[in-house]
Ligand binder design. Structure first.
Ligand code: 6GU
Length: 282
């Protein structure tokens, strides 16, 4: 498939999504495993399944219901992706990045990506929200491989400050107003679907990783290619292999996600109206 056709696929998906709501979303949110509650807090919202939008990749992982919501968070029009697809399901990196490209076509300039992650750094606790300060892409993939689509962005581009310093600052101040203090950490994105071995986790720690997960990095690379401003939030659902006594399970990831959803919703409700008011980056 050529990059030209990916561009036209995003245009078709965008046209279909636009028809669902008169709102012009300013901010997009991707909700990770077990973190879907925020979608239910929107007002004036319209909802569709990923499968209703042409060319949209469809997920079947438990805990990822795969819906697109357009509604309001306070006065701010937002698009929320409840669920996402992962490369471990067999999707190509360009398919994983597809929804983010549609967001750009929809006129969105800021995106919040959330995920469930394993804690690597000492002191991180299950149930804690952590702002992503940077990532390590260890998936072995990059969604921008192949002919560059200049209409999305340039062939080569900077990934310094991929996770917006000003949005992190804003998130810290909102959390503080709610009486929480947020840590920051480096997220290492791996392919999965197996969780890591304890030896891999020791290696990742020595590489500078604080959190590990199976999503986000492809989306953020594609977002930065297009100049979208990114805020990344990990929910530590468990400690990584070798750091906790219990066996790692997807159920645990979902359960801890559920416990954290209310705090995530509160944070998003505080951050979104203010981030939308910041104006352009730079
Ligand atoms: Cl420990 N590893 C990975 N790869 N993804 C996760 C996780 C661990 N915990 C939640 N998601």
């Amino acid at each position: 498939m050529s990059s030209l056709s990916i561009f036209s696929e995003t245009i078709e998906a965008t046209a279909c999504i636009r028809k669902r709501s008169p709102l012009q979303p300013k901010v997009a949110v991707v909700l990770g495993s077990g973190l879907g509650a925020f979608a239910g807090s929107l007002t004036n919202s319209k909802c569709m399944r990923f499968s209703e939008a042409p060319h949209f990749p469809v997920s079947n992982v438990q805990g990822h219901s795969g819906r697109i919501h357009i509604g309001q968070c306070g006065d701010t029009p937002v698009l929320v992706m409840q669920g996402r697809v992962h490369a471990y399901e067999g999707y190509k990196p360009s398919q994983v990045a597809f929804p983010v490209r549609v967001m750009k076509q929809l006129g969105i300039e800021q995106v919040i990506v959330t995920n469930a992650a394993g804690g690597i750094r000492e002191g991180l606790q299950p149930g804690e929200l952590v702002l992503i300060e940077d990532h390590i892409n260890l998936t072995g993939y990059n969604p921008l491989c192949g002919v560059n689509e200049e209409r999305f962005g340039p062939r080569f581009f900077d990934m310094t400050n991929a996770y917006s310093p000003r949005l992190r600052k804003l998130a810290h101040s909102v959390a503080e107003q709610h009486g929480h203090s947020l840590k920051e950490g480096v997220y290492i994105g791996v392919l999965g679907p197996s969780f890591e071995t304890p030896a891999e986790i020791r290696a990742f720690r020595s590489m500078g990783a604080d959190l590990v997960g199976m999503s986000t990095v492809q989306e953020v690379i594609a977002a930065r290619h297009m100049g979208l401003e990114v805020l990344g939030i990990s929910c530590v659902t468990n400690l990584a292999a070798g750091l906790q006594n219990e066996e790692l399970t997807h159920e645990e990831v979902l359960e801890t996600g559920k416990r954290t959803e209310a705090q995530l919703t509160q944070l998003l409700q505080g951050v979104i109206p203010q981030m939308a008011g910041l104006g352009r980056e730079d």
